[in-house]
Design a protein around this ligand. Sequence first.
Ligand SMILES: [Zn+2]
Ligand SMILES: [Zn+2]
Length: 146
Amino acid sequence: MSYIKKNENIEKLKEAGLKVTHSRCKILELFQNSPDEHYTADKLKDILTDNGETIGLATIYRVLTQLEMADLIQKNNFQENHSAYELKKSHHDHLICTKCGSIIEFVNEDLEKLQEHISKKYNFSLESHVMTLFGNCNKKDCKNLK
Ligand SMILES: [Zn+2]
Ligand SMILES: [Zn+2]
């Protein structure tokens, strides 16, 4: 982790009104280092353990909630009881492979406009939407989930 990145993290946490703790820094750092990843709490625990960190699952869940409330990360409910968290980015939707679990992010302007159009038709003020498409990725290395 570079010095600049570490400072950035500290600033982000401070801006969000969160005290700069070791676990908050470490977890936010993981998201910033992998902006395309979608992590479950269990996956984060594995990565942290591999990095020699001893941060418990309860703490991870608590930090995830705090980072989400601070708008630094986004919580996705792709599966029941298995939220996937990612670094907060601009709006995008997801394609998820039900065989290997790989996640593809996409943005489609037509789809976005269509939703505005539908909302207008029903005199509805659109605030947000969640679009998740499930299927098979058809990649050569697509493996069945355990
Ligand atoms: Zn995403
Ligand atoms: Zn797949």
